[in-house]
Design a protein around this ligand. Structure first.
Ligand SMILES: [Zn+2]
Ligand SMILES: [Zn+2]
Length: 118
């Protein structure tokens, strides 16, 4: 298998939710989740209040993410700011189906739509 710099296909995801949002409990919450293709860090998307996936990419220098949403398998390259055709990563490929979006349960404000980035 060809090695792609910045992608570690055998590294599992860090968990089922955004690492930094869960650290900030009970105030942290996300809209959609993204998985770092290099270290497995799960972070929240650019529409989420804290945009932790992008922050992780900048801080760690890890350029590729894959969606961690059920039914989505696209990659994004933060260096080209475009979609990317990545390889199959280690499972699981998305957060649990019964995990709410936005999440996590109990931390999302009623007016969450007003807190999204557009
Ligand atoms: Zn987050
Ligand atoms: Zn990473």
């Amino acid at each position: 298998m060809t090695q792609i710099p910045g992608i570690a296909p055998t590294t599992p995801p860090s968990g089922t939710g955004c690492v930094e949002c869960l650290d900030a409990a009970p105030s942290g919450w996300w809209f959609h989740l993204r998985r770092c293709a290099e270290c497995g860090h799960i972070g929240c998307c650019d529409s989420s209040p804290a945009q932790h996936a992008r922050a992780h990419a900048e801080q760690a220098g890890h350029r590729y993410i894959q969606s961690f949403e059920p039914g989505e398998d696209w990659f994004w390259d933060f260096e080209t700011d475009d979609y990317y055709e990545g390889p199959q990563l280690a499972p699981p490929h998305h957060h649990p189906e019964d995990q709410p979006t936005p999440g996590p349960a109990g931390a999302v404000p009623d007016d969450w739509k007003h807190h999204l980035h557009r």
